[in-house]
Design a protein. Structure first.
Length: 115
């Protein structure tokens, strides 16, 4: 299974971006899909996750600014990022976890927020 992330880019502080991540196979549904990010010199950290039942979880730093959603039929996850801040600058990775298929990472997409 491959995860293809897209939607990153350069945006000014206060702006918005929408990330997408699509799985190459749709004959199953990930138990959990999510987004992580890694800033230069820092460890990868979780940003948001969503279960196949629609339960969402957010890092405190992005709560009320970011919204995660998914299209279960197409094994696609989205991250709507609003009111972006320079500290949101990082490479964003999508992930998918399945009890039957294993755990997968996307290739990463760069998000840069200028002040």
């Amino acid at each position: 299974v491959q995860l293809q992330a897209s939607g990153g880019g350069l945006v000014q502080a206060g702006g918005s971006l929408r990330l997408s991540c699509a799985a190459s196979e749709t004959d199953f549904s990930f138990d959990v899909m999510g987004w992580y990010r890694q800033a230069p010199g820092k460890q990868r950290e979780p940003v948001a996750q969503i279960t196949n039942g629609g339960i969402t979880m957010y890092a405190f730093s992005v709560k009320d600014r970011f919204a995660i959603s998914r299209d279960g039929a197409n094994n696609t996850v989205y991250l709507q990022m609003n009111n972006l801040k320079p500290e949101d600058t990082a490479v964003y990775y999508c992930s998918g976890s399945s009890s039957t298929r294993g755990n997968y990472w996307g290739q990463g997409t760069q998000v840069t927020v200028s002040s």
